[in-house]
Each structure stands twice: as structure tokens, then as C-alpha cells.
Ligand binder design. Structure first.
Ligand SMILES: Nc1ncnc2c1ncn2[C@@H]1O[C@H](COP(=O)(O)OP(=O)(O)OP(=O)(O)O)[C@@H](O)[C@H]1O
Ligand SMILES: [Mg+2]
Length: 270
């Protein structure tokens, strides 16, 4: 059975697609057969960030409608083996995704031997976002260290525990992970942003990763290369740590402090 993981947030523009691309690439790089699905119908950003926009022939909605099969629509990544992308449709019909259709695709992907199915959610808390999270086993709640983002993430946590399949069927709840993105220690110290501890205290879910605000992200998305492939970059390293933690490894958090002082030295007051 595949692990179905939704990358969600509520608030738009916080880094879901950047994170979906990086995390799926990281999992595949470690040998796990992974597919990343773009649920953002009408926008289609994921294939740009993954650098495969010119190779899109069929999309998610074509498969749901029976105009193409999964093998025709899946794009195999050229850099990383075991990595596949299912692009979003550019249709304006926001209701093009049906629950039965999405369920069939997820089951078929699982039968095809995918270990991880990463669902890149659209912003908001309406139908598209609900569809992206409905079948999830786990959720990566992507949050920026600012009040409006944290508030929307809190709303999404409520939805995960009430409107998902696991909730409706009374199963074990979705496993929730906090991913803080665009973190800037300088701005935290100036009092312009919430700290890691502030956000953790409000959302009270386990911390999976902290990704710094980084020029490398823009550079990577312009080049169509998920930032995790830039293994020299701060954001790339932090996404690699995030993937390792998702796989159960313990990793220290880095780039949480201005200058040299580490997270633990601050935590323990040394
Ligand atoms: N760690 C980071 N450092 C700097 N910029 C970042 C970082 N993460 C994301 N960004 C930038 O923030 C913007 C939004 O990122 P992204 O498209 O991944 O967000 P999203 O949550 O998927 O947005 P939407 O809700 O519209 O789908 C992009 O311009 C991206 O390059
Ligand atoms: Mg997006």
C-alpha cells in the first residue's frame, strides 16, 4: 500500500508546490518509487517547478474522464529514477475532479507499486483542497511564520480531522506534520515574524522541517529543478533533512539562528 501524503496549508503562496516538488524528488532519490500529483486544477505550477512543462500531453482530468490512461499521463522525471509527475489540467472547470475518479487513480497508482503518493494541494479550504486531502494518510501542513498563515493552517488541521476519509470512516487520524517554510531568523529577531517555538505552540503538531527563506528557491524554480537537487543550498539541505525525518530518521534542525548559534544551544540556554 502506498503512503498518501497531502501537502496542504489553507493560505496560498506559502510554499506547498515548492515543498511537494522537493520532497517527492528527495524520496525518489533515496530509491522510493514516488509520484507527485498536482491537484491545483487550472493553474498548473508543479510541472514548471519540476521542469517538465513541455512534456505534458495528458493530465489528471484526462485520466479521470477516461480520455487517457495513467501510463499515458504520468511523466517520468529525467533526472531522478523512480520519480513520476501527474500534471494538473488547465481546465477552468473546478469540479472536474470527482471523488470516485480520484480514488480510482490513487488505487491504481498504489497497485502500480508506488510507495509514496504526494498530493500538492491548491490554496484555500474549498473543493480542490478538500479533494487533495480527502484520501490522505499523512499531511504536511505547510506554514509561514506569520499570523495569517498559522491561522489558516489551524483551520486545515480542523478539516483534516473532520472531513477526510479517515475521519469519516472513524479510522486512525491523519498523521500531521508541521513544515515551516520561508523562515528568516533575522526577521524573527526583529520581531517581524513568529519563531519556530511560537508556531509550534499554537499548532501543537510535530515539527517535520524548517526551510529558510532562500534565494536558492527562486533560482531552482526558474531553472525547473527542485531545490533539493541543489545540495549546496541551505533550502536544499533542509529539505533533505525533512525527507529523512519523514522516513523516521532523527536530524538536528539547522539555519534557525542568525549567525552561528544553533537551535539546541538556544533551547537549552547555553
Ligand atoms: N524557502 C523559500 N524561500 C524563498 N522563496 C520561497 C520559499 N518557498 C517558496 N518560495 C516562493 O514563494 C512563492 C510561492 O511558492 P509556492 O508556489 O511553492 O507556494 P504554494 O503554496 O504552492 O502556492 P499556491 O497556494 O498558489 O499553490 C514562489 O515564488 C516560491 O518561489
Ligand atoms: Mg502551489
Amino acid at each position: 500500500m502506498a503512503r498518501i501524503i497531502v501537502v496542504t496549508s489553507g493560505k496560498g503562496g506559502v510554499g506547498k508546490t515548492t515543498s511537494s516538488a522537493a520532497i517527492s524528488t528527495g524520496l525518489a532519490k533515496l530509491g522510493h518509487k514516488t509520484v507527485v500529483i498536482d491537484f491545483d486544477i487550472g493553474l498548473r505550477n508543479l510541472d514548471l517547478i519540476m521542469g517538465c512543462e513541455r512534456r505534458v500531453v495528458y493530465d489528471f482530468v484526462n485520466v479521470i474522464n477516461g480520455d487517457a490512461n495513467l501510463n499515458q499521463a504520468l511523466i517520468r522525471d529525467k533526472r531522478v529514477e523512480q520519480l513520476y509527475i501527474l500534471p494538473a489540467s488547465q481546465t477552468r472547470d473546478k469540479d472536474a475532479l470527482t471523488r470516485e475518479g480520484v480514488e480510482k487513480i490513487i488505487n491504481d497508482l498504489s497497485d502500480m507499486g508506488f510507495e509514496y503518493i504526494i498530493c500538492d494541494s491548491p490554496a484555500g479550504i474549498e473543493s480542490g483542497a478538500l479533494m487533495a486531502l480527502y484520501f490522505a494518510d499523512e499531511a504536511i501542513v505547510t506554514t509561514n511564520p506569520e499570523v495569517s498563515s498559522v491561522r489558516d493552517s489551524d483551520r486545515i488541521l480542523g478539516i483534516l480531522s473532520s472531513k477526510s476519509r479517515r475521519a469519516e470512516q472513524g479510522k486512525e487520524p491523519i498523521k500531521e506534520h508541521l513544515l515551516l517554510t520561508r523562515y528568516s531568523p533575522e526577521r524573527v529577531n526583529r520581531g517581524d515574524m513568529l519563531s519556530v517555538e511560537d508556531v509550534q505552540e499554537i499548532l501543537a503538531i510535530p515539527l517535520l522541517g524548517v526551510i529558510p527563506e532562500s534565494q536558492a528557491v527562486l533560482k531552482a524554480s526558474n531553472a525547473g529543478e527542485p531545490v533539493i537537487l541543489d545540495s549546496e543550498s541551505d533550502a536544499g539541505l533542509c529539505y533533505a533533512d525533512t525527507v529523512a525525518r519523514l522516513l523516521g530518521e532523527e536530524r538536528e534542525f539547522r539555519f534557525l539562528e542568525e549567525g552561528k548559534k544553533g537551535f539546541f544551544s538556544r533551547l537549552f540556554g547555553s
